[in-house]
Design a binder for this molecule. Structure first.
Ligand code: ASP
Length: 406
């Protein structure tokens, strides 16, 4: 019998989770550990995988000239698409005006958000770690990536003999990590069953499932339409026009990581699957995959950037605050910075929201408005975040003259 492909297994697992979550919410206590085990395994591979992949990626690039060109191209793509995503959100939120005329009450407040205010500033400063081992234990991805890039670069400066030894060593580590990762991936459908059943059951038990859907539907609709526009129009268009790649074939090759991004709401947790699909299904070289994808999972978040802007505008509309052109510009910049600074974990975007609101002097309790529907939007924006990284990898690979399988 032919084995069912992974993305079908995942899809079936999501459907089963929804049915079980709604009909048998009490069963969660017997099921959710499956999700915990799966997430733990993904976290286990994350740091060594990212570190070894970037070291290998950078050191394999060889000459510094190459590295600079690849780095510049990637950064240019990442900033441009995030900005386009934000402007798409700005357009739709101004057209639909989801917050106008709705009085949702602004009395809720969230503890701890004040502390998150300076997250972005400290994120930038902490890119250079004072102690790299601390960065490893705390999984500070930006610091790890920064250190891995320098480390990889200086491997290329070693004498030939040393270079070969160290290169072989890190290539070996990277291959081991990829193999462990692929073992973990085999368990994705079971893990996702554990995660999604828990989310569905929780929402349906506290009666939020329908409440959430009806009361904030317009706001959700705005985010969803904007995300769809970005994922099904802007990015495929770039893929077709700049990369000369069929968007349909690209989607197909990426279905497993995209569905995983949707169900885990974490770019970091999806990273191993994304790398596997990009290298083996799309056929992009290890060199580009291991540089572009981990970097993207950390700093390129088109979905999050778009969401930050729409959510902030929604809150200002609900407060009845007219946002001047200057303030809209400030919000756009803040949305861009917060998406760069947000970690690839669930709800990170919601925490970064406080930065966007404080930029224009709005009270942080406005975030209470959007808290209830965050999870479902998080799932969607994470999928767009991951998708954008893969589009970048494909475009960069094509521009470097690689022949892809899609
Ligand atoms: N969950 C998102 C991600 O991992 C980040 C966010 O909360 O927007 O990509």
């Amino acid at each position: 019998m032919k084995k069912l492909e992974l993305h079908w297994q995942i899809l079936i697992s999501i459907i089963c989770s929804i049915i079980v979550g709604i009909l048998l919410p009490q069963s969660v206590k017997y099921i959710s550990w499956l999700g915990t085990l799966f997430l733990n395994s993904l976290k286990m591979v994350m740091v060594p995988l990212v570190f070894s992949s970037i070291v290998v990626g950078v050191s394999n690039i060889g000459s510094a000239k190459d590295f600079g060109r690849l780095g510049a191209k990637t950064m240019f793509y990442y900033l441009t698409t995030s900005l386009i995503a934000i402007l798409t959100g700005l357009l739709f939120v101004n057209l639909i005006q989801p917050g106008k005329g709705i009085d949702l009450g602004l009395s809720q407040s969230i503890e701890g958000l004040e502390q998150a205010q300076n997250t972005f500033g400290s994120t930038i400063l902490n890119i250079i770690p004072t102690n790299i081992f601390q960065a490893f234990t705390e999984a500070s991805m930006l610091s790890i990536i920064f250190f891995a890039m320098i480390f990889g670069y200086f491997i290329t400066k070693l004498k030939v003999e040393q270079n070969i030894t160290i290169n072989n060593f890190f290539n070996g580590i990277f291959d081991i990590m990829m193999n462990i990762t692929m073992l973990v991936i085999k368990f994705a459908p079971i893990g996702i069953f554990g995660i999604v059943t828990k989310v569905v059951a929780e929402q349906s038990l506290n009666g939020n499932l329908w409440n959430v859907i009806t009361s904030l539907s317009l706001y959700m609709l705005t985010v969803v339409i904007s995300l769809f526009f970005h994922a099904f129009f802007t990015l495929p268009l770039m893929l077709k026009l700049i990369g000369k790649i069929s968007p349909k074939a690209h989607y197909k090759a990426l279905s497993a990581p995209l569905l995983t991004a949707f169900s885990t709401a974490s770019s970091n947790a999806t990273l191993p699957l994304t790398m596997e699909a990009i290298e083996h299904k799309v056929g992009i070289s290890k060199k580009i995959t291991s540089f572009v994808i981990p970097l993207g999972a950390t700093i390129n978040m088109d979905g999050t950037a778009l969401y930050e802007l729409v959510a902030a505008m929604f809150i200002t509309q609900a407060y009845g605050v007219e946002v001047s052109f200057t303030n809209q510009f400030l919000m756009v910049s803040a949305a861009l910075l917060s998406s760069i600074g947000a970690a690839g974990i669930p709800m990170a975007g919601l925490v970064m929201m406080s930065m966007v609101l404080s930029v224009i002097g709005l009270p942080l309790e406005g975030i209470g408005l959007i808290l209830a529907v965050d999870r479902i939007l998080d799932m969607m924006r994470t999928t767009v975040n991951v998708y954008s990284d893969t589009v970048c990898a494909a475009i960069v690979a094509k521009s470097e003259g690689e022949h892809l399988k899609v």
